[in-house]
Design a protein around this ligand. Structure first.
Ligand code: DX5
Ligand code: ZN
Length: 218
């Protein structure tokens, strides 16, 4: 069964607690938190303070996607704030094994993420160490962008590597997920789909989540 991780980037921040409860009761599996610093990506969003504030209001795992420079400087703070999964960009980490080890040393599941134009082969050395691989299907920075189709082949490539090396990390896809692209991703091997606008721009979040879960079955 595919997992849905609504991205709170598209939620109404004036009532963030209610928005998170709404997707939790609507069947979400993770809460995806997009942390952006205005340097690594051209947008500024959420820091550890917000993670700490939402931690007590949900029992879902907090899936924290760091789009920040020098991620090692902030991993302990996000872990302390209550992140359950912390994912760092291959492109933003100077020493990727060190970042992954630091996440695990802070008692959190470790993920690695790459942008659509980065060759997936660059992830191979780190794959035995991670709990999650996040493939960006848009360029990071904003919600509501269109899915980049070459992602499908990249999911297949990572899924093949996972099988051949008997690994068990989850494959997550982020950006431009809708009922059509969701099915393509799951058919290619994705386990978790981040969905921002597809969930939060829908008046009924349960319906939005069910539409995606139903679409991948067909
Ligand atoms: C983009 C973020 C995504 C974004 C997805 O940088 O990492 O998580 O919120 O939004 P949608 O689903 O609207 O493309
Ligand atoms: Zn994200």
């Amino acid at each position: 069964m595919v997992k849905i991780a609504p991205s709170i980037l598209s939620a109404d921040f004036a009532k963030l607690g209610e928005e998170i409860k709404d997707v939790e009761t609507g069947g979400a599996d993770y809460i995806h938190v997009d942390a952006m610093d205005g340097h690594y990506v051209p947008n500024i969003t959420i820091g550890p303070l917000v993670v700490e504030a939402i931690k007590p209001i949900t029992s879902l795992p907090l899936d924290v996607h760091l789009m920040i420079e020098n991620p090692d400087n902030y991993i302990p703070a996000f872990a302390k704030a209550g992140a359950d999964i912390i994912t760092v960009h291959q492109e933003a980490s100077k020493h990727l094994h060190r970042s992954i080890q630091l996440i695990k040393a802070n008692g959190v599941k470790a993920g690695v993420v790459i942008n659509p134009a980065t060759p997936v082969e660059l992830l191979y050395p780190i794959l035995p160490e991670v709990d999650l691989v996040l493939l960006m299907s848009v360029n990071p920075g904003f919600g509501g962008q269109s899915f980049i189709n070459s992602t499908i082949q990249r999911i297949e490539q990572i899924a093949t590597f996972r099988k051949e090396h008997h690994l068990d990390f989850e494959i997550e896809v982020d950006g431009g997920i809708n009922t059509k692209t969701a099915k393509q991703c799951v058919d290619a091997g994705a386990d978790v789909l981040v969905a921002g606008s597809a969930v939060f721009n829908h008046a009924n979040r349960r319906e939005a989540i069910n539409e995606i879960k139903d679409a991948v079955k067909g």
